[in-house]
Ligand binder design. Structure first.
Ligand SMILES: CC(C)(COP(=O)(O)OP(=O)(O)OC[C@H]1O[C@@H](n2cnc3c(N)ncnc32)[C@H](O)[C@@H]1OP(=O)(O)O)[C@@H](O)C(=O)NCCC(=O)NCCS
Length: 326
């Protein structure tokens, strides 16, 4: 049976780092508040001349190198992002061009912070259906382009970065075992960027009134996230027919340490099996899981044969999960 196997991973974080202490000088917040409520210590910030496709191109090149493939071998590029370079064309097309994937189709997926899982699911299905052999899935975000730096409730949570994986059709035991996606648009206003789209178009008259930054009901989102994370994990384990103690490493979307801890307690996953990097990178939305995957591989926490569980939640609301045999 054909499986979609991850044959390479890569990531890229912009050079500039903004610490919690730096934020203390920009707004009414403290390192202690951010640390205690979220687990975040610092975040990377893209340079003025970097767009989402630039970060994704770097991450993708690293993933291709780790997979030992050339860009011409890629059949399709999926870029998961909620901060694309433009409304059109897609950042996927720009990544395709920047890495020289001359034969590839390309598109974006917007499922907010669950975007990488959604992209992975589509890549897995396309490969298993025999439509494509080699697919690049990147998650890339310049979240700081959507932040209102006068709003401390959201400005402290997010960071910029990109991660990518190369998936290839394989007949062996390794590969994506299952994926799960879910959504509830009834919760669309819990986390959103209200203005700038077709619902609230920006005009010269309203440009100063509209809320073009991220709007979030933090407390409500927290509750919904704990539920969604739990559901995502339970569904993935059930569909993959594996027990929680068989999981070697859980790589969750890095939004908030407390949310991850609550979900892990619910399913009985010990702390040493959780991969966390949000202290260093904060919430990089769709980029968070592929960045973490690449770092986990580099640190030897994912090896050939490892059983890896992924789970994410985000705006939409969306959530999802995957189980992968490395
Ligand atoms: C945002 C979040 C960390 C806030 O933590 P919380 O314990 O719920 O905090 P509250 O919203 O109850 O706010 C507590 C107080 O801290 C204040 N506060 C908010 N942001 C602050 C900041 N950056 N620094 C200092 N104080 C802050 C609030 O104004 C509030 O003050 P008040 O009680 O005087 O009104 C938490 O709700 C959360 O993690 N939600 C989910 C966010 C998330 O994961 N988003 C991305 C999803 S992909």
């Amino acid at each position: 049976m054909i499986k979609a196997r991850i044959i390479g991973t890569g990531h890229y974080l912009p050079e500039r780092v903004l610490t919690n202490n730096d934020l203390e000088h920009l707004m009414d917040t403290t390192d202690e508040w951010i640390r205690q409520r979220t687990g975040i210590l610092q975040r990377h910030i893209a340079a003025d001349n970097e767009a989402a496709s630039d970060l994704a191109a770097h991450a993708s090149q690293n993933a291709m190198k780790s997979a030992s493939i050339s860009a011409e071998e890629i059949d399709f590029v999926i870029c998961a992002t909620l901060t694309p370079d433009y409304f059109m064309p897609s950042s996927g097309c720009l990544v395709q061009h920047k890495i020289g994937a001359k034969r590839a189709g390309a598109c974006d997926i917007n499922a907010a912070c669950s975007g990488f899982i959604y992209g992975l699911q589509q890549a897995d299905a396309l490969i298993r259906a025999g439509v494509h052999k080699t697919i690049l899935v990147a998650g890339s975000e310049i979240m700081t382009s959507r932040l209102d730096w006068t709003k401390r409730d959201t400005a402290v949570l997010f960071g910029d970065g990109s991660g990518a994986v190369v998936l290839r059709a394989d007949n062996g035991d390794s590969g994506v075992i299952t994926t799960y996606t879910a959504s509830d648009g009834g919760g669309h206003d819990i986390l959103m960027v209200p203005a700038g789209g077709s619902a609230q178009a920006i005009t010269p008259e309203n440009i100063n009134e509209l809320n073009r930054g991220i709007l979030m009901n933090g407390r409500e989102l927290y509750k919904r996230a704990v539920y969604a994370f739990g559901d995502a994990v339970e569904q993935a384990l059930k569909r993959a027919n594996v027990r929680v103690d068989e999981i070697d490493l859980f790589v969750p979307h890095q939004a908030n340490k407390r949310i991850i801890a609550a979900a892990c307690e619910r399913i009985g996953l010990p702390e040493e099996k959780i991969f966390l990097n949000l202290d260093q990178v904060a919430n990089t939305s769709a980029a968070s899981i592929p960045i973490a995957l690449d770092q986990a591989c580099a640190q030897g926490r994912i090896r050939e044969g490892s059983l890896v569980l992924l789970a994410a939640f985000g705006a939409g609301l969306t959530w999802g999960s995957a189980v992968i045999r490395w």
